[in-house]
Structures are given as structure tokens and as C-alpha cells.
Design a protein around this ligand. Sequence first.
Ligand SMILES: Nc1nc2c(c(=O)[nH]1)N[C@H]1C(S)=C(S)[C@@H](COP(=O)(O)OP(=O)(O)OC[C@H]3O[C@@H](n4cnc5c(=O)[nH]c(N)nc54)[C@H](O)[C@@H]3O)O[C@H]1N2
Ligand SMILES: Nc1nc2c(c(=O)[nH]1)N[C@H]1C(S)=C(S)[C@@H](COP(=O)(O)OP(=O)(O)OC[C@H]3O[C@@H](n4cnc5c(=O)[nH]c(N)nc54)[C@H](O)[C@@H]3O)O[C@H]1N2
Ligand SMILES: [Mo]
Length: 767
Amino acid sequence: MAKNLEINAQPPIEKETIRIDKPQVVAGGLPALQSSVKHLMNELDPSALKTLFKVNQVDGFDCPGCAWPDPHDHRSKLGEYCENGAKAIAEEATKKRLYPNFFEKYSVQELTTYSDFWLGKQGRLTQPMFLAPSETHYKPIAWDAAFTLIAQQLNNLKSPNEALFYTSGRTSNEAAFLYQLFVRQFGTNNLPDCSNMCHESSGVALSETVGIGKGSVTLDDFYATDLIMVVGQNPGTNHPRMLSALKKATQNGAKIISINPLPETGLVRFKHPQHPSDLIGKGTKLTDLFLPVRINGDVAVFKAIMRILLDEEDKHGSKPIFDHDFIAQQTLDYDQFIADLRQYKLSDLVPSTGLSLAQIKAAANMVMTAKNIIICWAMGITQHKNGVHNIREIVNLLLLKGSIGKKGAGTCPVRGHSNVQGDRTMGIWESPKPAFLNQLKKVFKFDPPTQHGYNTVQAIEAMHEGKAKVFFAMGGNFLSASPDTEYTAKALQNCDLTVQISTKLNRSHLIHGKAALILPCLGRTERDVQLGGEQFVSVENSMGFVHKSKGVLAPASNHLKSEIAIVCALAKATLGKKSTVNWDKMVVHYDNIRNAIAQVIPGFEQYNERLQGEGFYLPNGARTAKFTTPSGKAHFTINQPSELQLAPGEYLMMTIRSHDQFNTTIYGLDDRYRGIYNGRRVVMMNEQDMKAAKLKQGDMVDLYSNYNNTKRTAECFMVVPYPIPSRCVATYFPEANVLVPIHAYADRSYTPASKSIKVQISLINNS
Ligand SMILES: Nc1nc2c(c(=O)[nH]1)N[C@H]1C(S)=C(S)[C@@H](COP(=O)(O)OP(=O)(O)OC[C@H]3O[C@@H](n4cnc5c(=O)[nH]c(N)nc54)[C@H](O)[C@@H]3O)O[C@H]1N2
Ligand SMILES: Nc1nc2c(c(=O)[nH]1)N[C@H]1C(S)=C(S)[C@@H](COP(=O)(O)OP(=O)(O)OC[C@H]3O[C@@H](n4cnc5c(=O)[nH]c(N)nc54)[C@H](O)[C@@H]3O)O[C@H]1N2
Ligand SMILES: [Mo]
């Protein structure tokens, strides 16, 4: 056993020389097209290029990138994809393969010394692999032996609650439904998922205020709105197809306000890379007003805007600014909300925003004159201690203006993984509602567990404390995606068994329990043939539209199984005769799974029939101003601006995505829009702050966080001057996750506060 050798839970420190250039001013255009072509040509067989024509087409497959919806009309004949969608496809449809001889060559310890970029570039996993206790190398294992082994471990646990079943957000509706059914028949609600680290704050805030944890708008609303606010989101990189919707919205007369500590390129100007006429010229201007808020200053910004609107109301009582009919008929707690708002003085709020009064007044003027407003947000809003309050404050503004439940207006939490919303709809949730469990009970005739399970943060703690012993992951990269990398590593290493269903190698295969399994599965782009013939699956996008997805490529290896086949085989092996489900029937033809879903989940009636065409929207009360809260009304809420106290020498750090990554999958080493090339260990800093701290571009520094007197260190980051508000800094996820304390999470939603971590910076003395 390689006991004395170092195991790297964190990505190792790069040797590359990082190059800094100017940030780009236009998103998309020719460079985006060139980048798509480069990634596709490097990874794909020429014969596989046809996949691109099938991306996001009615008879094709759903892009494995983000969850942004496809237009219902005029989809591009070339496939509805973007630069980063092309990279996601290239990553999955790569011609490179990882055969068992690779694992013979490299010990697990040795693999931990390679970067995440290198690990991912080794190609698709091709066979189930097993790492026996005390062994140094993974070895091939037959599928049946793998299922028997997992079943034995699960059945030997003292309680089903000692097992954890994680899900990442690429899993189809069908696989997710069967997975949660298996887990609940096994006897636990321990179903943490990536949503816990992502939009959980949105789910909590929206359910409570408007009765549904999903957004209310559709794409058509973008084309009929007066004002779009894009808050804490970087669509140019993470949802590039959203830029086409924003462009069309501006052509139809909408104005855009973006609220972000960084002047993200995609929000400034855009050229559609698939429209030849767009490739020349300056591109379309998107943002009308940019508010460079300081990190976590958003509640103060929204409060200041609303305070200005309230003052205007007071002045011009006869010409109200708020929608009083809507407020009277559809909402609760307006009076308390207004009474609270009156307590805030503009002069107290403005300093917490990092903005000038003039900037906030400009925003307030745009809000005042807009009849229909859409507010979009993502991780810059959810991943704070007060993430839930951020979203409740966004809802307050929409309610004041009656801007929800009608055309051209509403909430738009922009979801991350392509089917993360669908997975939750299918019951991947540690806190299921009784109505859902009752339906499972009725249809499948068993008693589902009612005690809530662990979310992601609680799951890590449970493994740490030895309360959970088997960790099973349906996709994802739990180690690197989770906060507090070293703490999470210890948690996983405490387990008796860790199992990963995966398409590509990642660090979660290398930081493992006493024994570990890798179960390789089919990806979205691949054909899925079962006894009943060629199958398709279905997914739900960010706007609640459910549609088919059917792969077109030959599978990366004959040994691969679909996620559905894996779940069914494991359920049979684990539950045996105890199960009331006919698992064989489910896997023969996926129509059978959809028939079961139709019986359990409201909105999926005649699921198979309704998938035949383009797809269908799920019911959404908030979309039509039917608020399904217990009171039947939308609720105003009272939220406090966050406390932004920093000690001398302290900075507030956000961990963000570069343009060349999908979460923990590193596509390349360039963040083209931000002008940072050939490396990822950078800390973006305000130039004045750099001067004050006697730092210059290119200096190498260590970063520390000190939470409850526990010091965490991330070593060797290069200082990059960047237009970011004073005392704010930015680093990339997952390199900086080691600094995110396990106990720093959003109140009530438990979403790790990955966007507001207090850090200190110290120059590395090279002498
Ligand atoms: N190509 C690509 N696409 C992706 C992903 C990917 O990694 N790569 N990931 C997918 C997933 S799972 C998700 S959840 C989404 C993530 O999509 P985003 O949420 O856009 O991703 P982040 O890079 O985390 O960016 C957060 C943005 O919020 C800003 N921000 C940070 N803190 C604050 C704050 O306090 N206030 C405000 N107003 N803004 C703030 C940052 O400057 C940044 O622009 O993208 C999805 N799509
Ligand atoms: N510091 C910090 N941490 C963060 C964030 C942040 O902004 N800052 N963002 C958080 C967010 S929003 C999210 S959603 C999480 C993401 O957390 P995860 O979803 O756990 O992570 P991913 O990197 O998306 O997972 C990538 C792996 O999924 C596997 N995979 C890809 N496609 C498939 C498939 O079709 N099936 C299966 N079974 N496996 C597949 C591949 O093996 C790949 O290595 O990270 C969170 N962590
Ligand atoms: Mo996400």
C-alpha cells in the first residue's frame, strides 16, 4: 500500500505560466465559432460531427450543457448549440477511451497528482472498475459482481440511513424516478443532490413567497417584456443561448440592467456565432445599465431601489408606482413590508452596495417606468449566507410592480445542469412532501420512509462522524464540487464503500472509501438500445418544459449500461423479492417507466402521448398568478441587508466559473472573456486594493480563510488586476473550494456560501 505517498484531494498546483490580456468586449462572434470548432475537431471522430445537427432538435438529444430552454419556433437547422454546448458535447462524444490497462499503469495515488484537466482528457470510461480494500490500483470487475458487492454492503448496514445516494443534474427523468424509488424502497430519504449546492435557496424562497420553487417565465415572456434584470449570473459563459433571447428582447424594446461585481463580457455586447451576418460589425449592445455591486450587496441594492419607488409614491399619490390592484387582490403582508422599508434611509443603504446614489437612482427610474419586469438570477444570488433573503427581496420588487403571473413578467432563476430541475420534479429530494410519498405508497404499495434525509452538507457531516458508511453517486464529482475539500475528502475516506456512476474520470474516483467502484454509463449523445428496441429519455428545462432526448452516436464501449439499467439491476440485487416493483419491465422499455411516472407525479398525465411532439409545459401556478401557498396569496417578506464587515486585510471572495469549464470538468485553461490564459490558479483583485496591499500583477500569493478559528489554506495563486469592487476578490471553483468552510452555508437552504468567503492574502516569499 502506498501509505507514505501524498494523496491530493485538491487539484495539484499548476506549473504553467499564466498569461494576462485585456478582457474581451464582445461575446460570441467568430472567436466563439473558432473555439467550438477547435474543441470538436480535437475530440471527435469526423463521423461523429453529425451529432451537432441533432443537438436540441425535436428528434435529437438535449444538450448536456446548461438548462436554458430551446426556442419553440425557428430552431437553427445546424443544431441549437453554443460554444460551451459544443465543448460539453466534445467532452462526452470524444473518441478517446480509458481502458483497464490505464488503471494498471497508474496507481490511484499517482492519479491524484494529475490536474482535473488531465484526468478529464483521458477519455471515456469503458468498463466497471473495482478498487479493493488496501489495493493501490483499480481492476476490472464484472457488472453482476459489482451489483452483488454493493447489495451486500447496503444490506449489511445497521440502518438504511447509513447509506447516501447523491445525484448530479444530468440524469434523465426516467433514471431519476427509478433511482429515488429504489432508494425509498431500500428505506431512506438520503438523496442529496447538486441542487443543494446550486438553486436550493431559490427553491426555498420561491416556494414560500409564490408557492412554486421554480421560475414563472417562458422564453416568450422575454420577447414581451420592458425590463430584464440579470443579477448574479454570467450568461455569456454559463448560458450562452440566453444571449440570443436577450438580443431578441432588446430588439423588441426591452431594457437590460445587469447587477454583478464583474463587467461580464456576455452582458455587454453579443454577436450570434451561428448568424453569418452577426460575425462582422460591433455586435448588439445588451446591457443598458451596469451596476457593479459589491459581493453580497444585493439586498441593499433592491431595498434602495424600492425605497426610492416608495418615496415617489409618497410624492405622487394620485399617480401610483406600485400595482395596488395586484397587491390588494393577490398578496399578503404588504403593510408590514412597507413599514419595514420606511425604516431604512437611502443614506444607510447606499454604502453597503458599493454603488453611487446616481447609479441606484438610474436603476430605480428604469424600474419605475417599466410595466413588465423579468428578474433573472443564478449563483451570484443563491450561494450566500443570506441567499434565501436575496431571492425573497427580488420577489418583493416584482410583487410591488405586479410583475408576476402575466405576460412579459416574472421570476427567472436560471438553472444549471441540463436536467437538475427535472430530477427534483422526479423526487430526488431529501425532504420530500407527504403528498409525493403518499402517491408512491398508493401506486407501488410500500411504506416510503417519512423521516427527512441528509442534504449535501449534512451528508458530508454524517460521513465525517461515521454515521454514513456507503456513498453512492449518480453522476457528478462530489469531492470537487462540495465545499471544504479536505474535510469532504476525510468524509469520503471514512466510508466503507464509495460508488460512482460516471462517464469520465474525476477526482471523486481517487478520493474514496475503503473499497471503491466506478460504474461507467451511457451519456446523452449515445444510442440506448434495450430489449424493447431503441429508447429515448426525457428532461425538463429551466422553464418547466418537458421533452424527449434521444442519442445518436454508437456507445463509447460495449460494456456501458444506461443509468436506468444500472439502477434496475442494483435494485433487484439489493431488494430481491422484497420489492414491489417489476424492475425488468422498467428497463425493457422506458415507456413503462413513464407510465409509472404518470401515475405518481401531477402534471405528467399521458406522459408518453404528450412526449410525441415537441413536448409540454408542466403546471405552474405563479405563471398565471395562482399562488399555491397555504394562503393562496403571494407573500411580501422582510429581509435585512447582509452584514459586510471585513477586518483589516480581509477580502470577500467569490468562487466562479471560467469560460473553459463545466463545473468540475475543465475543458481548457483559458478564460477568454476575462483575458486570463493558460492557467486557473488566479485571484482577481481590485487595482487600488493591490496597491494598498503592495501587490502587483503576477505576484504569487497564498489565500487563507479563518472561520471559527479554523485556518484553511489554498496555495499558490497568481494576482490578476481586474475591475472588481474594492475588498472583493474572485477565484475559480473548484481550486478555491478548500477555503469554503463546511459550516458556511445559506440559512434554511444549506447552499454552501461559495460566493462570500472571507479570506486573507499573503505574498509568497520567493527568496
Ligand atoms: N459552460 C458552462 N455552463 C454552465 C456551467 C459551467 O460550469 N460551465 N455550470 C452550470 C451550472 S451547474 C450552473 S448552477 C450555472 C451557473 O451559472 P452562473 O451563476 O452564471 O455561474 P458562476 O460562474 O458561479 O457565476 C456567478 C456570477 O455571479 C456573480 N456574482 C458573484 N457574487 C455575486 C453577488 O454577491 N452579487 C451579484 N449580483 N453577483 C455576484 C459573478 O461575478 C458571476 O458573474 O451554469 C450552468 N452552465
Ligand atoms: N466553490 C464552488 N463550489 C461549487 C459551485 C460554485 O459556484 N463554487 N457550484 C455548485 C453547483 S451550482 C453545482 S450544480 C455543483 C456541481 O456538482 P456536480 O454535478 O457533482 O459536478 P459536475 O462537475 O457537474 O460533475 C461532473 C462529472 O459528472 C459525470 N458525468 C457527466 N455526464 C454524466 C452522465 O450523463 N451520467 C453520469 N452518471 N455521469 C455523468 C462525469 O464523470 C464528470 O466527471 O457544484 C457546486 N460547487
Ligand atoms: Mo449548478
